[in-house]
Design a protein. Structure first.
Length: 300
């Protein structure tokens, strides 16, 4: 049993290192890595029911995103300063604060959805996320790069509406939000990609904090009703073992991504993002369809 515990912890630590690198490079929460790993960990080592494990994975994922995004955002800011560029605080606050509001609303909707459709809620949420990823990839490939000199002041109403919507969608499907924030900031709000990434990371600090706390509290309500279904070291939809092991490693590796990101040309950067989104989208949709039918998914 001890060997299994050591193996599982090592697996989570390695996952965290990869999460931190990808998160800080692309400005996303890397939930497409974390969530499947945490689900596997909960179901394999704790026997957590498949309809519950995605919700705990989503809540834990959002909690891990907070310190990882903070480390990546601070490093991006230092890289920008070395290039005599400033972090766009006005754009960040105009978008990030509304995201916080939307995050709570999204978490509340997820709780209502889960308690109403308990048997298939996790699979449905993952498939919705996959569809959004494909839409994001399309926007990355079709939107023209925005020159830095055309980086204009934010429209408060437009930023607020899109921020609330983005936060709601991100935390309804239980992700850190970067996979939604980056295409919204770049393709819809017209923010240059190398500015959109640090804004996305900073926004995740607000949105994921609200989302993680909401998932803990709302999940705790369900946990008190049926405690036997929940694994140990779990508070609501949050698992402390996964948080500590993945989170610590991701914070350290998140210091590398910003340097690589700012050395990648914008056009190539957008193509890499699009490829990432296509893979995630197809993977989640196909796996969801097969799992609905009780079959083994063909995509790893």
């Amino acid at each position: 049993m001890l060997g299994l515990t050591i193996t599982s912890i090592a697996f989570l630590v390695l996952t965290g290192a990869l999460v931190g690198l990808i998160s800080s490079y692309f400005g996303v929460g890397a939930c497409f890595i974390m969530v499947p790993v945490i689900i596997y960990f909960l179901e394999t080592y704790f026997g957590t029911p498949p309809n519950l494990s995605p919700l705990i994975a989503f809540g834990t994922n959002m909690a891990i995103v907070v310190p990882t995004a903070l480390g990546g955002a601070l490093r991006h800011r230092k890289v920008l300063e070395k290039k005599d560029a400033r972090f766009p605080t006005k754009h960040y606050l105009s978008f990030g604060i509304p995201v916080g509001v939307g995050s709570f609303l999204g978490a509340l909707c997820a709780f209502i959805f889960f308690t109403s459709f308990r048997a298939h809620a996790g699979l449905i949420l993952k498939m919705i996320f996959g569809i959004l990823c494909l839409l994001g990839a399309y926007r990355f490939m079709t939107a023209k790069p925005v020159p830095v000199e055309k980086f204009t002041d934010p429209n408060p109403v437009k930023y607020a509406v899109l921020g609330i919507f983005s936060g709601m969608v991100a935390h309804f499907i239980g992700i850190g939000g970067g996979l939604i924030y980056v295409p919204v900031l770049n393709a819809i709000l017209g923010i240059p990609i190398h500015m959109a990434v640090p804004i996305s990371l900073a926004t995740m600090i607000i949105g994921s904090s609200v989302g993680a706390i909401s998932f803990m509290i709302l999940g705790r309500i369900d946990q008190m009703k049926q405690p036997n279904f929940y694994p140990p070291f779990t508070f609501g939809w949050f698992n402390i073992i996964a948080f500590l092991s993945i989170g610590a490693a991701s914070i350290i590796s998140s210091q590398i991504g910003p340097y690589l990101a700012h050395r990648t040309p914008p056009k190539k950067f957008k193509i890499l993002l699009a490829i990432l989104y296509v893979y995630i989208g197809i993977r989640l949709i196909v796996r969801g369809i097969f799992q609905f039918q009780g079959l083994t998914p063909p995509i790893p």
